[in-house]
Ligand binder design. Structure first.
Ligand SMILES: C[S@@+](CC[C@H](N)C(=O)[O-])C[C@H]1O[C@@H](n2cnc3c(N)ncnc32)[C@H](O)[C@@H]1O
Length: 402
């Protein structure tokens, strides 16, 4: 189980079987002496090879100091042979010297000793970094968060994963890495077709092959690409039925991209915009409360039973209570984790699971029930966000003048 967990996580570096812990070396040794010998022996056999590694947090030790600490463990019944290059068993001493680099204590505040079991997937954060990605936009999702989202969605091989606000497909990449087939929609014609202005500093226009498919190709994942379509998520284009195993998405909050949906020529002639020579887009504003209401309804209808919806909900922190998390009777809230954006604003990673079959005729009665009504307070997130930013800039300017 531990190995299975570490094959997926980008949050943990390594996992160990803990043999001892103390707040001083004396305490650690006492704790190790009380660890059952029968649990140690299978890893200390005379025909086995081993290595002891020492890792310190917030302090660098000299080689001589390290060796001294390793030698102090000779009371443990190690019978195998030391092999530094390719040992069968690796043991770690972990020493924690706190978090403050300006105030490093002489002795560690916590010491641990254990048998190494597996490493996590932290290297994915670097290898999938947006900095080195072929096709990016202003809101491309950070690689680490994309993997966390795919894990919350429990994405597995051969799943079909859908992102209704796909942008540059940042969230599809992590799902494809775990072997899922991926697809998405976005209202922005230029994004889906890889046209228009580039988001990179030194580049004016997007190049000929800047699109989601090319991103997946960059990581050897092209075979998992189903398609990306230009479509407004408020108007579903899908045939009825349970189509998707997982829906993972980052809806627009109106900060770096507009929240909009398709309008009719009559209602919004003014907001028509020309994306390319033959594509004219007419939009009207799409309130955040409606975006989330529609997203949950869509997930309730189109997810397989037990399938998950994972998305980010922007939050104005002074007004936050659990009641403002959008609900749907077919979806159970699994987790709700905060990522701070500023002292006043954050976004919450919401994970929900489909637990009840969706019935069209029930939808209207659900919609009238208070707990399932859209929370209108979400709509003013943009104003609140920018009033905070404006206040911060004004304060910084004031401080600079002092
Ligand atoms: C936060 S971005 C998603 C970024 C994406 N996760 C990525 O890695 O590039 C939100 C996206 O939603 C799109 N969008 C806005 N309104 C939409 C709508 N009504 N239907 C579909 N997409 C919409 C925007 O064009 C934008 O690309």
């Amino acid at each position: 189980m531990a190995r299975g967990l570490m094959k997926r996580t980008v949050c943990a570096k390594s996992i160990f079987e803990l043999w001892g812990h103390g707040r001083s070396s004396g305490e650690l040794y006492a704790s190790l002496k009380s660890y059952p010998v029968d649990k140690m022996l299978p890893y200390l056999q005379s025909d086995s090879t081993y290595k002891i590694h020492i890792h310190t947090f917030n302090k660098t030790l000299t080689q001589a100091e390290k060796i001294k600490k390793i030698d102090a463990l000779e009371f443990l019944p190690f019978n195998g042979k030391v092999n530094l290059k390719n040992p069968e068993h690796v043991f770690w001493i972990l020493e924690d010297y706190g978090m403050d680099p300006n105030n490093v204590p002489e002795e560690p505040i916590d010491l641990y000793f254990g048998r190494w079991i597996a490493d996590g997937q932290r290297e994915l954060i670097e290898s999938y970094s947006v900095k080195k990605r072929h096709f990016i936009g202003n809101t491309s999702m950070d690689a680490c968060l994309s993997f966390i989202m795919a894990n919350h969605g429990r994405v597995k091989p051969n799943d079909v994963v859908f992102d209704p606000f796909v942008g540059t497909g940042g969230l599809l990449i992590s799902s494809a890495h775990f072997g899922a087939y991926v697809c998405g929609t976005d209202i922005d014609y230029n994004t889906i077709h890889g046209l228009g202005k580039a988001s990179r500093k030194n580049q004016k226009w997007r190049g000929p092959d800047e699109n989601i498919r090319a991103n997946l190709r960059q990581y050897g994942l092209e075979k998992y690409y189903l398609d990306a379509l230009v479509s407004d998520s408020s108007k579903t284009i899908w045939r009825k039925g349970m189509l998707f195993d997982v829906i993972i998405t980052d809806p627009p909050y109106g900060i770096r991209e507009a929240t909009r949906r398709t309008g009719s020529q009559k209602e919004t002639v003014k907001s028509a915009e020309r994306s390319t020579e033959n594509h004219i887009f007419i939009s009207s504003s799409y309130h955040l409360s409606d975006i989330f209401f529609d997203l949950l309804k869509f997930a309730a209808e189109y997810l397989v039973m037990g399938g998950r919806l994972v998305y980010w909900l922007p939050i104005y922190r002074p007004e936050y209570t659990e009641e403002i998390i959008p609900r749907h009777p077919c979806l159970k809230l699994i987790s709700n984790c905060e990522q701070m954006l500023s002292s006043q604003t954050s976004r919450r990673l919401i994970t929900m699971e489909k637990v009840k079959e969706f019935k069209d005729q029930d939808q209207n009665s659900y919609s009238l029930d208070g707990q399932y009504m859209p929370y209108k307070g979400h709509n003013s997130f943009r104003e609140k966000y920018f009033s905070g930013v404006t206040k911060r800039i004004a304060k910084e300017e004031k401080d600079n003048q002092k």
